[in-house]
Design a protein around this ligand. Structure first.
Ligand code: SF4
Length: 324
Protein backbone atom coordinates (compact mmCIF):
# COMPACT_ATOMS: atom_id res chain seq x y z
CA UNK A 1 0.00 0.00 0.00
CA UNK A 2 1.31 3.46 -0.87
CA UNK A 3 1.91 6.23 1.62
CA UNK A 4 -1.00 8.16 3.07
CA UNK A 5 -1.04 11.60 1.44
CA UNK A 6 -4.18 12.91 3.14
CA UNK A 7 -5.94 11.84 6.31
CA UNK A 8 -9.38 13.22 7.09
CA UNK A 9 -10.35 12.31 10.64
CA UNK A 10 -13.78 12.78 12.26
CA UNK A 11 -14.40 15.98 10.33
CA UNK A 12 -17.64 17.89 10.86
CA UNK A 13 -19.11 20.97 9.29
CA UNK A 14 -22.26 22.30 10.91
CA UNK A 15 -23.99 25.40 9.58
CA UNK A 16 -26.26 27.32 12.00
CA UNK A 17 -29.87 26.98 10.88
CA UNK A 18 -31.97 29.06 13.23
CA UNK A 19 -31.53 30.61 16.63
CA UNK A 20 -34.09 30.76 19.39
CA UNK A 21 -34.36 33.56 21.93
CA UNK A 22 -30.87 34.41 23.24
CA UNK A 23 -29.45 31.75 20.91
CA UNK A 24 -30.29 29.01 23.42
CA UNK A 25 -31.96 26.79 20.86
CA UNK A 26 -29.49 27.06 18.03
CA UNK A 27 -29.98 24.27 15.54
CA UNK A 28 -27.61 23.21 12.80
CA UNK A 29 -27.52 21.69 9.36
CA UNK A 30 -24.97 18.90 9.65
CA UNK A 31 -23.49 19.25 6.17
CA UNK A 32 -20.60 16.92 7.08
CA UNK A 33 -20.89 14.78 10.19
CA UNK A 34 -17.98 12.70 11.45
CA UNK A 35 -16.34 11.90 8.14
CA UNK A 36 -13.04 9.99 8.11
CA UNK A 37 -11.00 8.60 5.22
CA UNK A 38 -7.46 8.37 3.92
CA UNK A 39 -6.14 9.08 0.45
CA UNK A 40 -3.03 7.21 -0.70
CA UNK A 41 -0.35 8.62 -2.98
CA UNK A 42 -1.11 8.00 -6.64
CA UNK A 43 -4.69 6.76 -6.20
CA UNK A 44 -8.05 8.19 -7.15
CA UNK A 45 -10.65 8.24 -4.42
CA UNK A 46 -14.12 8.81 -5.84
CA UNK A 47 -16.65 10.47 -3.51
CA UNK A 48 -20.21 9.99 -4.66
CA UNK A 49 -23.63 11.08 -3.45
CA UNK A 50 -26.67 13.18 -4.27
CA UNK A 51 -26.59 16.94 -4.16
CA UNK A 52 -26.44 18.13 -0.52
CA UNK A 53 -24.70 14.99 0.80
CA UNK A 54 -21.63 16.98 1.88
CA UNK A 55 -19.16 15.81 -0.78
CA UNK A 56 -18.30 19.29 -2.10
CA UNK A 57 -18.21 20.73 1.44
CA UNK A 58 -15.66 18.03 2.30
CA UNK A 59 -13.53 19.04 -0.71
CA UNK A 60 -13.71 22.68 0.26
CA UNK A 61 -12.67 21.94 3.84
CA UNK A 62 -9.57 20.11 2.57
CA UNK A 63 -8.69 23.26 0.61
CA UNK A 64 -9.59 25.27 3.72
CA UNK A 65 -11.99 27.34 1.66
CA UNK A 66 -14.33 26.35 4.51
CA UNK A 67 -13.21 25.83 8.11
CA UNK A 68 -14.29 22.51 9.70
CA UNK A 69 -16.44 22.73 12.83
CA UNK A 70 -14.43 19.85 14.28
CA UNK A 71 -11.96 17.14 13.31
CA UNK A 72 -8.54 16.96 11.74
CA UNK A 73 -7.23 17.13 8.17
CA UNK A 74 -3.59 16.09 7.78
CA UNK A 75 -1.90 16.58 4.41
CA UNK A 76 1.70 15.39 3.91
CA UNK A 77 1.93 14.90 7.70
CA UNK A 78 0.90 18.50 8.43
CA UNK A 79 -2.35 19.40 10.24
CA UNK A 80 -3.86 21.96 7.89
CA UNK A 81 -5.82 23.75 10.62
CA UNK A 82 -2.54 24.62 12.34
CA UNK A 83 -1.34 26.63 9.34
CA UNK A 84 -1.53 30.41 9.21
CA UNK A 85 -3.19 32.03 6.19
CA UNK A 86 0.22 32.57 4.57
CA UNK A 87 1.30 28.98 5.25
CA UNK A 88 -2.01 27.68 3.90
CA UNK A 89 -1.57 29.73 0.74
CA UNK A 90 1.78 27.98 0.27
CA UNK A 91 0.23 24.57 0.95
CA UNK A 92 -2.32 25.22 -1.79
CA UNK A 93 0.51 24.95 -4.28
CA UNK A 94 0.32 21.20 -3.59
CA UNK A 95 -3.50 20.94 -3.46
CA UNK A 96 -5.46 22.28 -6.40
CA UNK A 97 -9.11 22.12 -7.46
CA UNK A 98 -10.87 21.53 -10.74
CA UNK A 99 -14.43 22.85 -10.71
CA UNK A 100 -17.66 21.65 -12.24
CA UNK A 101 -18.41 24.64 -14.43
CA UNK A 102 -15.24 25.66 -16.25
CA UNK A 103 -16.95 28.73 -17.72
CA UNK A 104 -17.88 30.12 -14.31
CA UNK A 105 -14.45 29.36 -12.86
CA UNK A 106 -12.44 31.02 -15.67
CA UNK A 107 -12.36 34.82 -15.72
CA UNK A 108 -14.05 35.73 -19.04
CA UNK A 109 -12.06 38.97 -19.33
CA UNK A 110 -8.68 37.28 -19.10
CA UNK A 111 -6.80 35.50 -21.86
CA UNK A 112 -5.93 31.85 -21.29
CA UNK A 113 -2.32 32.93 -20.83
CA UNK A 114 -3.28 35.24 -17.99
CA UNK A 115 -5.52 32.57 -16.41
CA UNK A 116 -2.78 29.94 -16.48
CA UNK A 117 -0.03 32.32 -15.40
CA UNK A 118 -1.90 33.52 -12.34
CA UNK A 119 -1.11 30.55 -10.03
CA UNK A 120 2.56 30.84 -10.98
CA UNK A 121 2.60 34.55 -10.10
CA UNK A 122 0.72 33.92 -6.81
CA UNK A 123 3.32 31.31 -5.80
CA UNK A 124 6.31 33.24 -7.17
CA UNK A 125 7.24 30.53 -9.68
CA UNK A 126 9.52 31.40 -12.62
CA UNK A 127 10.33 34.58 -14.52
CA UNK A 128 8.24 35.95 -17.39
CA UNK A 129 9.84 33.75 -20.04
CA UNK A 130 9.67 30.61 -17.89
CA UNK A 131 6.03 31.27 -17.13
CA UNK A 132 5.28 31.76 -20.83
CA UNK A 133 7.01 28.45 -21.64
CA UNK A 134 5.12 26.66 -18.92
CA UNK A 135 1.75 28.01 -20.11
CA UNK A 136 2.49 26.75 -23.63
CA UNK A 137 3.80 23.41 -22.37
CA UNK A 138 0.71 22.75 -20.23
CA UNK A 139 -1.71 23.78 -22.98
CA UNK A 140 -0.12 21.05 -25.10
CA UNK A 141 -0.14 18.56 -22.22
CA UNK A 142 -3.94 18.94 -21.90
CA UNK A 143 -4.46 18.55 -25.65
CA UNK A 144 -4.69 22.22 -26.68
CA UNK A 145 -2.10 24.30 -28.57
CA UNK A 146 0.32 27.07 -27.66
CA UNK A 147 -1.57 29.56 -29.87
CA UNK A 148 -4.69 29.12 -27.68
CA UNK A 149 -2.92 31.16 -25.00
CA UNK A 150 -4.03 34.46 -26.56
CA UNK A 151 -7.73 33.49 -26.71
CA UNK A 152 -10.53 34.08 -24.22
CA UNK A 153 -12.65 31.41 -22.45
CA UNK A 154 -15.78 32.11 -24.57
CA UNK A 155 -13.84 31.12 -27.69
CA UNK A 156 -13.64 27.49 -26.51
CA UNK A 157 -16.09 24.60 -26.29
CA UNK A 158 -17.13 23.22 -22.88
CA UNK A 159 -14.66 20.32 -23.13
CA UNK A 160 -11.82 22.65 -24.13
CA UNK A 161 -12.65 24.99 -21.26
CA UNK A 162 -12.43 22.09 -18.83
CA UNK A 163 -9.02 21.26 -20.32
CA UNK A 164 -7.99 24.85 -19.51
CA UNK A 165 -9.35 24.37 -15.95
CA UNK A 166 -7.26 21.21 -15.63
CA UNK A 167 -4.17 22.97 -17.02
CA UNK A 168 -4.63 25.76 -14.49
CA UNK A 169 -4.81 23.22 -11.66
CA UNK A 170 -1.58 21.62 -12.89
CA UNK A 171 0.50 24.79 -13.24
CA UNK A 172 2.00 24.62 -9.73
CA UNK A 173 2.90 20.90 -9.93
CA UNK A 174 0.38 19.86 -7.25
CA UNK A 175 0.38 16.48 -5.50
CA UNK A 176 -3.37 16.31 -4.90
CA UNK A 177 -6.16 17.46 -7.20
CA UNK A 178 -9.70 17.73 -5.89
CA UNK A 179 -11.96 17.50 -8.92
CA UNK A 180 -15.49 18.60 -7.98
CA UNK A 181 -17.92 17.21 -10.58
CA UNK A 182 -15.40 17.97 -13.35
CA UNK A 183 -17.40 16.38 -16.17
CA UNK A 184 -21.00 16.89 -14.99
CA UNK A 185 -21.54 20.00 -17.13
CA UNK A 186 -20.18 18.31 -20.28
CA UNK A 187 -21.89 16.30 -23.02
CA UNK A 188 -21.60 12.56 -22.48
CA UNK A 189 -19.38 12.18 -25.57
CA UNK A 190 -16.94 14.76 -24.18
CA UNK A 191 -16.99 13.34 -20.64
CA UNK A 192 -15.04 10.24 -21.71
CA UNK A 193 -12.36 12.39 -23.38
CA UNK A 194 -11.85 14.50 -20.25
CA UNK A 195 -11.82 11.41 -17.99
CA UNK A 196 -9.24 9.76 -20.26
CA UNK A 197 -7.15 12.92 -20.17
CA UNK A 198 -7.27 12.99 -16.36
CA UNK A 199 -6.26 9.36 -16.19
CA UNK A 200 -3.31 9.89 -18.55
CA UNK A 201 -2.18 12.98 -16.62
CA UNK A 202 -2.36 11.01 -13.38
CA UNK A 203 0.01 8.38 -14.75
CA UNK A 204 2.39 10.86 -16.42
CA UNK A 205 2.55 13.37 -13.55
CA UNK A 206 2.06 10.97 -10.59
CA UNK A 207 -1.02 12.80 -9.39
CA UNK A 208 -3.43 11.84 -6.64
CA UNK A 209 -7.12 12.64 -7.18
CA UNK A 210 -10.21 13.07 -5.09
CA UNK A 211 -12.93 12.82 -7.70
CA UNK A 212 -16.32 14.11 -6.53
CA UNK A 213 -19.43 13.13 -8.51
CA UNK A 214 -23.15 12.50 -8.07
CA UNK A 215 -23.11 9.47 -10.33
CA UNK A 216 -21.45 6.13 -9.60
CA UNK A 217 -21.20 5.51 -13.36
CA UNK A 218 -18.90 8.49 -13.90
CA UNK A 219 -16.34 7.58 -11.22
CA UNK A 220 -16.28 3.86 -12.00
CA UNK A 221 -13.38 3.80 -14.46
CA UNK A 222 -11.24 6.46 -12.86
CA UNK A 223 -11.45 5.50 -9.17
CA UNK A 224 -9.32 2.99 -7.29
CA UNK A 225 -11.63 3.32 -4.30
CA UNK A 226 -15.05 4.89 -3.90
CA UNK A 227 -16.71 6.44 -0.86
CA UNK A 228 -20.50 6.89 -0.91
CA UNK A 229 -21.89 9.80 1.11
CA UNK A 230 -25.44 10.30 2.33
CA UNK A 231 -26.57 13.35 4.31
CA UNK A 232 -23.14 14.26 5.61
CA UNK A 233 -21.83 10.77 6.37
CA UNK A 234 -19.82 8.16 4.51
CA UNK A 235 -22.13 5.14 4.38
CA UNK A 236 -19.84 2.85 2.39
CA UNK A 237 -16.23 2.96 1.22
CA UNK A 238 -14.45 0.24 -0.70
CA UNK A 239 -12.07 -0.62 -3.52
CA UNK A 240 -13.96 0.04 -6.79
CA UNK A 241 -14.12 -3.62 -7.83
CA UNK A 242 -15.59 -4.64 -4.51
CA UNK A 243 -18.12 -1.79 -4.39
CA UNK A 244 -19.43 -2.30 -7.92
CA UNK A 245 -19.48 -6.09 -7.66
CA UNK A 246 -21.10 -6.23 -4.25
CA UNK A 247 -22.58 -2.97 -2.97
CA UNK A 248 -23.61 -3.56 0.64
CA UNK A 249 -25.36 -0.41 1.80
CA UNK A 250 -29.00 -0.09 0.65
CA UNK A 251 -28.27 3.45 -0.58
CA UNK A 252 -25.29 2.30 -2.68
CA UNK A 253 -27.43 -0.50 -4.09
CA UNK A 254 -30.08 2.04 -5.14
CA UNK A 255 -27.51 4.41 -6.68
CA UNK A 256 -25.88 1.57 -8.58
CA UNK A 257 -29.18 0.24 -9.86
CA UNK A 258 -29.64 3.57 -11.69
CA UNK A 259 -26.33 3.26 -13.57
CA UNK A 260 -26.95 2.09 -17.17
CA UNK A 261 -25.34 -1.23 -18.15
CA UNK A 262 -23.66 -1.37 -21.57
CA UNK A 263 -24.85 -4.96 -22.18
CA UNK A 264 -28.48 -4.73 -23.51
CA UNK A 265 -29.11 -8.44 -22.83
CA UNK A 266 -28.56 -7.92 -19.10
CA UNK A 267 -31.55 -6.67 -17.16
CA UNK A 268 -31.21 -5.04 -13.77
CA UNK A 269 -34.12 -3.80 -11.76
CA UNK A 270 -33.83 -0.15 -10.76
CA UNK A 271 -34.41 0.43 -7.04
CA UNK A 272 -36.63 3.49 -6.68
CA UNK A 273 -36.11 5.35 -3.42
CA UNK A 274 -39.05 7.05 -1.78
CA UNK A 275 -38.77 10.70 -0.72
CA UNK A 276 -35.73 12.87 -1.22
CA UNK A 277 -32.76 13.89 0.89
CA UNK A 278 -34.15 17.30 1.84
CA UNK A 279 -37.35 15.87 3.35
CA UNK A 280 -35.72 12.96 5.12
CA UNK A 281 -33.35 14.33 7.76
CA UNK A 282 -34.06 12.41 10.98
CA UNK A 283 -33.01 13.70 14.42
CA UNK A 284 -31.62 10.36 15.58
CA UNK A 285 -30.53 7.03 14.16
CA UNK A 286 -29.54 6.22 10.60
CA UNK A 287 -29.83 9.20 8.25
CA UNK A 288 -31.19 6.90 5.53
CA UNK A 289 -34.01 5.39 7.64
CA UNK A 290 -36.98 7.17 6.03
CA UNK A 291 -35.96 6.05 2.54
CA UNK A 292 -34.59 2.62 3.36
CA UNK A 293 -36.68 -0.44 2.40
CA UNK A 294 -34.99 -2.51 5.15
CA UNK A 295 -35.23 -0.10 8.12
CA UNK A 296 -36.04 -1.63 11.51
CA UNK A 297 -36.60 -0.07 14.94
CA UNK A 298 -32.89 0.12 15.81
CA UNK A 299 -32.35 2.26 12.69
CA UNK A 300 -34.51 4.98 14.31
CA UNK A 301 -32.46 5.23 17.48
CA UNK A 302 -28.85 4.25 16.81
CA UNK A 303 -26.45 5.76 14.28
CA UNK A 304 -24.72 2.86 12.46
CA UNK A 305 -20.93 2.99 12.68
CA UNK A 306 -18.75 2.55 9.61
CA UNK A 307 -17.40 -1.01 10.08
CA UNK A 308 -14.87 -2.84 7.89
CA UNK A 309 -16.60 -6.03 6.75
CA UNK A 310 -13.95 -7.26 4.33
CA UNK A 311 -10.56 -6.07 3.19
CA UNK A 312 -10.85 -2.30 2.71
CA UNK A 313 -14.64 -2.50 2.36
CA UNK A 314 -16.49 -0.66 5.13
CA UNK A 315 -20.20 -0.04 5.51
CA UNK A 316 -22.42 1.81 7.98
CA UNK A 317 -25.62 -0.22 8.26
CA UNK A 318 -27.10 -2.15 11.19
CA UNK A 319 -28.12 -4.93 8.83
CA UNK A 320 -24.60 -5.59 7.65
CA UNK A 321 -21.68 -4.17 9.57
CA UNK A 322 -22.69 -5.13 13.07
CA UNK A 323 -23.55 -8.74 12.20
CA UNK A 324 -19.93 -9.46 11.25
FE1 SF4 B 1 -31.41 0.96 6.26
FE2 SF4 B 1 -31.18 0.61 8.89
FE3 SF4 B 1 -29.13 0.05 7.30
FE4 SF4 B 1 -29.86 2.59 7.74
S1 SF4 B 1 -29.06 1.15 9.25
S2 SF4 B 1 -29.34 1.68 5.79
S3 SF4 B 1 -32.07 2.38 7.84
S4 SF4 B 1 -31.12 -0.99 7.34
Amino acid sequence: MSNVLLKVDKVKKYFPKKAGLLNKNMSYVKAVDDVSFEVYEGETLGIVGESGCGKSTTGRMIMRLLEPTDGSIVFQNVELSSLSKTEMRKARRDIQMVFQDPYASLNPRHTVKKILEEPLIVHGIGNKKERQNRVEEYLEIVGLSAYHAQRYPHQFSGGQRQRIGIARALMTNPKLIIADEPVSALDVSIQAQVLNLMKRLQEDLKLTYIFIAHDLGVVRHISDRVGVMYLGRIVEIAPSESLYAEPLHPYTQALLSAVPIPDPTYQREQIMLKGDTASSIPDTGCTFQSRCPYATSICQTKVPELVEVKSGHSVACHLIGEQQ
